[in-house]
Design a binder for this molecule. Structure first.
Ligand code: FES
Ligand SMILES: [Fe+2]
Length: 301
């Protein structure tokens, strides 16, 4: 619901919920229902001005998130991206549902996430290492989804993966498969397994990234992870691993990704010229999703 009372513009979010499902404005007590209609003016003679209406947006709750339709299109719950990996997972195997604010356009964050190559440099030691640089990147399309994959064979497991697997072998295969679902949500299947073995025999997590643009230059970043192939039944160890995954991921995003992304944004904004970035082989994921996004934006325009 629009967070601005039509009377004197006080934020409705400062108000309170009354009679079960009405919002009462904190300032002079006008009350509004879920559709945004004013249902009560407590001041005599109590008439309700015709313009006392708030804009209200349809929402749906699914996969532990709230989805909102802010555009002109009809709300269609069938188009909510598939995050069923978050449904029915024991609490101990998922991490805190965390959130941060990024001072950059959401596309720079998508570029970062769909680019699996930066983990070897920016997240060196935690999420990637020198062993994982030289692995081929594959791209698939599934409808409008773009999926980037990377399979590093026979490498020393980077810190996060060693931590997840208490008796891990000395060398492992590391797999990553990240799916972009328009316009700004991503699901990463990432982990390690015995060299040459199927991914399913390994351990890792589904990493969830949900980006909600706030403005052209600010993005709400919601993230969590849900484990698969858990290698130990030790509950206290799993509790510890759960906390460490959450902490290491937050560290990687907040201390490593965000400063670079925000600095990129400043560089872009500070340039007088139309910028034309060079592309490397590793940019194929970002290039492909942007094409899909452009097509969708054009169709909507
Ligand atoms: S500003 Fe909301 S009732 Fe006056
Ligand atoms: Fe990153």
């Amino acid at each position: 619901m629009q967070d601005r009372c039509p009377h004197r513009y006080a934020p409705l979010s400062l108000g309170r919920v009354v009679h079960g499902d009405k919002i009462q404005c904190i300032y002079h007590g006008l009350e509004f229902d879920a559709a945004g209609a004013c249902t009560l003016n407590p001041h005599p003679p109590g008439n309700i001005p015709s313009r006392a209406v708030l804009k209200s947006y349809p929402i749906a709750e699914k996969h532990k998130a709230i989805w909102i339709w802010m555009g002109d299109r009809e709300a269609d719950t069938a188009r909510i991206p598939d995050f069923s990996v978050l449904d029915n997972v024991p609490e101990i195997y998922t991490t805190k549902r965390d959130k941060m604010m990024i001072k950059a356009n959401y596309e720079l964050v998508v570029d970062n996430l769909l680019d699996l190559s930066h983990t070897c440099y920016l997240h060196e030691g935690i999420l990637g290492n020198a062993d994982t640089v030289d692995s081929e990147i594959t791209i698939e399309h599934d409808g409008d989804d773009v999926i980037a994959g990377r399979h590093a064979t026979n490498c020393v497991p980077p810190g996060m993966w060693a931590m997840l697997w208490p008796d891990h072998p000395e060398r492992v295969d590391k797999f990553s498969r990240i799916r972009w679902m328009a316009p700004s949500t991503l699901r990463l299947f990432v982990g390690v397994c015995d060299p040459g073995k199927p991914f399913e025999t390994g351990t890792g997590y589904h990493a969830i990234h949900m980006l909600t643009p706030e403005t052209d230059r600010t993005t709400h970043y919601f993230f969590t992870a849900s484990r698969f192939g858990v290698k130990t039944t030790d509950a206290s160890l799993n509790r510890e691993i759960q906390a460490k995954i959450a902490k290491m991921r937050r560290f990687a995003f907040e201390e490593q990704d965000a400063p670079v992304i925000e600095a990129q944004q400043l560089n872009i904004d500070g340039s007088d010229n139309q910028l034309d970035p060079i592309n490397l082989s590793i940019d194929v994921g970002p290039v492909r999703y942007k094409r899909v996004l452009q097509k969708m934006l054009a169709a909507e325009a």
